[in-house]
Design a protein around this ligand. Structure first.
Ligand code: SF4
Length: 382
C-alpha cells in the first residue's frame, strides 16, 4: 500500500519524462521556458567536494525574497510544467522548509506542475515523509564507490570534520531512507557521474542503487569540469564510451537507466560514437535526455532573486534578477544571446538539441555545431 496521495498527473515513466526539453519543441514548436529550478537554501549537513554549491554553503540563510514576488513570477510563465528544488539540502533548514520549500510545493501541486527535489536523503525519514505526496522525483547523487569515498568526498569541503561514526551513520540513513521511501511509492532517481573516481566502481554503485536502495531510476551523467581541480577527474571520450558500454552490460535491464548530457551526437563523424548511440537507442529501459539547462530551464536563487542558466558552474554569470524582470523575458533574452545562438542547434530527426557550453568547451572546442546542423539538415532533408 502506498502512503502517498495519488494525484491526477500522469506518472513519470520511461515513456513520459516531463524534464525532457524536447517535449517543448513537440508541444510549442520551439525552445520554451517550462522548467524553473529554485535554490531554496545555502545550508547542508554535508559538504561534497563535487557539489556545485559546496564551497558557497553558509551557516545561516539570508532572508528570502517575498513569496508573493516568486508566485507572481511563476504565474507569468504560461508553459511551466516542471519545477526543481535544490540547495544545499532542501530539507535541512526548518525555516527554509516552512517559508520556502512547502509554499513552493503547494504552488506546484495546485498548478499540476511536476516537482523534482535534489536531496542527499541523509536526514531523518520523517522529513521526507512529510513532503512525499508533493514530490514526483526525489533526485539524489550516488557516486560512492567505497565508504571511504563518501566519508572523504562527502565532507571534502567542510573545514571541521564530523567524527567518522557520524558520517557512517548518514550513509546508512541514506540507504535506509531510499529503500523505505521507494517501498512506499516514491520515485527515487539516483544519479552517478562518470569520472575517474566512479568508473572503477560502477557495478557496485549500480547494484546498491537498484537492489539496496530500490531506486526507480539510475541516471548517468558525465562529469564536466567546472574548475581546474575537476579537470583531472574528467574522462576522455574513449574512456567514457568504455564506461557506458560496461554499464549497459552489467546493469539490471528491468531498471530505467537515463543518460543525460552525453557528449555524443549524430553529427559527429566517428563510427564508434554512432555505434554506441545506436546501442543506447536499442537498449531496453534506457533513455537519453537533452540537457535542460538553457533549453527549457532557468535557475532562480530565492534569496538574491538572481537568475542563471545553469546550477553547475556559473559560466555565463547572472542573466538577470526576478526583482527586475519576468522569467519569460530573461529566457527570451538568453535565447537571443550570442552564447545561446552559437550552441542551440536542432536536428528533429534525432530529437537532438546539441551540446551545452561545458560539453562543447570540454570535448568540442573547435566544432561549429551550427555548421554541423546545416550539413545534417541537408543530408537528411530535415
Ligand atoms: S542538433 Fe546539433 S549536435 Fe545534434 S546532431 Fe544536430 S548539429 Fe549535431
Amino acid at each position: 500500500m502506498t502512503l502517498f496521495a495519488v494525484n491526477q498527473k500522469q506518472p513519470v515513466s520511461i515513456d513520459f519524462d516531463p524534464w525532457e526539453a524536447y517535449n517543448d519543441i513537440e508541444q510549442h514548436g520551439a525552445l520554451t521556458l517550462s522548467n524553473i529550478e529554485f535554490t531554496t537554501t545555502n545550508l547542508c549537513n554535508m559538504r561534497c567536494s563535487h557539489c556545485a554549491v559546496g564551497y558557497t554553503l553558509q551557516t545561516k540563510d539570508p532572508e528570502s525574497l517575498p513569496m508573493d514576488l516568486i508566485y507572481r513570477r511563476l504565474d507569468e510563465v504560461p508553459n511551466l510544467t516542471t519545477m526543481s528544488i535544490t540547495g544545499g539540502e532542501p530539507m535541512f533548514s526548518k525555516k527554509s522548509i516552512k517559508n520556502i520549500v512547502k509554499p513552493l510545493l503547494k504552488y506546484a501541486y495546485d498548478r499540476g506542475i511536476y516537482v523534482q527535489m535534489n536531496s542527499n536523503l541523509t536526514l531523518p525519514l520523517d522529513r521526507y515523509l512529510d513532503i512525499a505526496e508533493y514530490i514526483d522525483v526525489m533526485h539524489i547523487s550516488h557516486n560512492w564507490g567505497t565508504i571511504q569515498e563518501f566519508t572523504d568526498v562527502g565532507f571534502g569541503a567542510m573545514k571541521k570534520q564530523p567524527p567518522l561514526k557520524a558520517k557512517l551513520k548518514l550513509y546508512q540513513q541514506m540507504l535506509e531512507n531510499a529503500a523505505t521511501l521507494s517501498h512506499q511509492g516514491m520515485f527515487i532517481s539516483a544519479e552517478t557521474m562518470l569520472n575517474q573516481s566512479t568508473t572503477p566502481y560502477l557495478s557496485k554503485i549500480h547494484n546498491e542503487i537498484v537492489h539496496d536502495m530500490k531506486c526507480s531510476r539510475h541516471e548517468i551523467h558525465p562529469m564536466y569540469p567546472v574548475d581546474f581541480a575537476s579537470k583531472l577527474n574528467v574522462l576522455s571520450l574513449n574512456e567514457m564510451k568504455d564506461a557506458i558500454r560496461y554499464l549497459l552490460e552489467i546493469r539490471d535491464p528491468e531498471t530505467w537507466m537515463l543518460f543525460g548530457t552525453l557528449p555524443f551526437y549524430p553529427c559527429i563523424d566517428d563510427a564508434s560514437d554512432q555505434e554506441l548511440l545506436q546501442q543506447l537507442r536499442n537498449a531496453k529501459n534506457v533513455t537519453m535526455r537533452n540537457d535542460p539547462d538553457g533549453r527549457n530551464r532557468l535557475n532562480v536563487n530565492v534569496f538574491t532573486g538572481d537568475v542563471i542558466v545553469t546550477d553547475f558552474g556559473d559560466d555565463n554569470g547572472t542573466l538577470s534578477n526576478i526583482q527586475k524582470d519576468k522569467l519569460t523575458q530573461v529566457f527570451d533574452h538568453w535565447l537571443a544571446s550570442a552564447s545561446a545562438q552559437s550552441l542551440n542547434c536542432h536536428c528533429p530527426l534525432f530529437k537532438c538539441l546539441g551540446p551545452n557550453i561545458l560539453v562543447k568547451d570540454t570535448y568540442y572546442p573547435q566544432t561549429d555545431f551550427k555548421y554541423n546542423e546545416r550539413l545534417m539538415h541537408h543530408k537528411y532533408n530535415m
